[in-house]
Design a protein around this ligand. Structure first.
Ligand code: SF4
Ligand code: F3S
Ligand code: ZN
Length: 103
């Protein structure tokens, strides 16, 4: 599961579409965590898609990640500022790749 303390245990190494990327990153095999309020561990995401289907405010968008060992696309928290903290995505992700900091 995603480390809920990722922002203390990891370094912010990049930005992507206006949100943070938390390392380590070693493309294409290691992609880190995207987002801060809504954080997705790209190295855990298996492209299940439940988060995209269920988020009521369309926070997530697919990004292609060819060459990653778990999946060739990831749910990117492209619109994390729109999150209403419903926690649905956290509940439905089968690999616990998402952390939402509602506090
Ligand atoms: Fe969307 Fe709710 Fe997840 Fe926020 S907590 S990203 S609103 S599903
Ligand atoms: Fe990935 Fe979990 Fe969404 S596997 S696509 S973050 S439901
Ligand atoms: Zn991203």
């Amino acid at each position: 599961a995603i480390d809920p303390q990722f922002n203390e245990n990891r370094e912010k190494v990049d930005e992507h579409e206006g949100h943070a990327v938390w390392g380590p990153v070693d493309e294409p095999e290691e992609l880190g965590i995207h987002g801060t309020h809504v954080a997705v561990d790209f190295d855990l995401c298996i492209a299940d898609g439940a988060c995209l289907e269920d988020c009521p405010v369309d926070v997530f968008e697919w990004v292609d990640t060819p060459g990653h060992p778990e999946s060739e696309k990831k749910a990117d928290p492209a619109n994390e500022a729109q999150c209403i903290d419903c926690m649905l995505c956290v509940d439905v992700c089968p690999v616990d790749a998402i952390d939402v900091d509602a506090g």
